[in-house]
Design a protein around this ligand. Structure first.
Ligand code: AMP
Length: 370
């Protein structure tokens, strides 16, 4: 439904965190309205949404209201349950559908789906108890390997690196929960491809290098020091994968790269932290292209504008980030999400440094942050 007579479309977003915030900002630039739904009244996107519905993600009546007030609905996190979404997909315009969520909500299913559609993954096997754990370790080629819970893991939560049989006991607290064991990939670097497709056109953002700290993304560096051939293979295989799966909308795919080998790690059918640099470092950005897709506009091929570094700002970095914001440097873009509660490891914002190389960034950052 169109809320006013001027042809202004409304995008509904399930969730109102920082991804919803940045999507709402781009939607507004394209002339659209935004309705969000989130349990928190003061969630980041609620501050900019035209309408914000405060409700649990599984509150059916509230979700119906969101859909009725929107022309098109999307989600900003991957754990929206099928029982909630599927009945809505049948009746409202939720063009990304449930399939990419379903495929990404369970690490075992996710990896099987990746293999089925032509991607290479680390070797993997399911593990739910002591016997299956031992069998899985053998199946992936022994130690070192990684145990992960199959569902609801994020930022390294629910993971145990196993170096020897002595570490098996560390997995005991997870017995009874579905798990997976993966071959440990001694990667050269981590990267991610962000792909947007409307079924006719598929675009992929330039691929950079992602550096994690304590399991959380710390830096994205673009371009990444890799051969053009490797970069182009990552882009081509990511586009092919999205098309082969028949997904629409946005998909972020995380990879490990070792030598010339590219290993699928995980995916998320939503904008991704590793793509925040595109807002200023690229000719178009991940939120804008998702919004264009949702509004039925043609997609725009992205182009890197200049070497760019994105630094995530966790709670512990907030003061330093606020100081940088006050200094108002050229080509430095500070994004603070306005979260009311600050915790040391909570994502509070990010800073994008355009015209910045990894080397210069490391020098500058060491001086400012412990
Ligand atoms: P994930 O939640 O699967 O993205 O894992 C969080 C981080 O742990 C990754 O970004 C990697 O740095 C590391 N990691 C996860 N799985 C593996 C693996 N199979 N081999 C090596 N490192 C891994």
């Amino acid at each position: 439904m169109t809320i006013n007579g001027a042809g202004v479309k409304t995008i509904g977003i399930i969730g109102a965190g920082q991804l919803g915030l940045m999507l709402a900002e781009e939607a507004h630039r394209l002339g659209a309205r935004v309705v969000t739904l989130d349990p928190a009244a003061d969630a980041p996107a609620a501050r900019v949404a035209d309408e914000h519905i405060v409700a649990a993600y599984d509150d059916r009546a509230a979700l119906e209201t969101l859909c009725r007030h929107s022309d098109v609905v999307t989600y900003e996190f991957e754990n929206v349950p099928g029982e909630v979404l599927v009945p809505l997909v049948e009746r409202y315009n939720i063009p990304q559908g449930f399939q990419p969520l379903y495929d990404s909500q369970d690490r075992l299913r996710e990896k099987r789906n990746a293999v089925k559609h032509g991607l290479r993954t680390p070797r993997f096997a399911p593990a739910d108890d002591r016997a299956s754990l031992e069998a899985a370790v053998a199946e992936v080629g022994g130690y070192p390997c990684v145990f992960k819970t199959r569902t609801l893991g994020y930022d390294g939560h629910g993971q145990v690196v196993l170096h020897s049989a002595e570490d098996l006991s560390k997995v005991e607290p997870y017995f009874g929960t579905p798990g997976i064991v993966e071959e440990f990939v001694a990667f050269d670097f981590e990267t991610s491809a962000i792909v947007v497709s409307d079924g006719r056109q598929t675009i992929c953002f330039p691929v950079g290098r992602n550096i994690h700290r304590e399991g959380i993304l710390d830096l994205s560096i673009v371009p990444c020091e890799m051969s053009d051939a490797l970069h182009d293979r990552i882009v081509a295989q990511s586009k092919r994968f999205m098309e082969a799966c028949g997904y629409r909308g946005i998909l972020a795919i995380e990879y490990f790269v070792r030598g010339e080998e590219i290993y699928f790690n995980e995916m998320a059918p939503r904008p991704h932290n590793s793509g925040h640099w595109t807002i200023e470092g690229c000719s178009t950005n991940q939120f804008r292209e998702l919004a264009r897709y949702l509004l039925g506009l043609p997609l725009e091929e992205p182009r890197l504008l200049a070497p760019t570094v994105m630094k995530n700002i966790l709670g512990r970095d907030l003061e330093a980030a606020e100081a940088i914001a006050r200094e108002a440097h050229a080509d430095v873009y500070v994004h603070l999400y306005g979260k009311s509660e600050c915790r040391p490891k909570r994502k509070m914002g990010h800073i994008t440094f355009v015209k910045m190389t990894a080397g210069r960034f490391a020098e500058m950052w060491a001086k400012r942050f412990a």
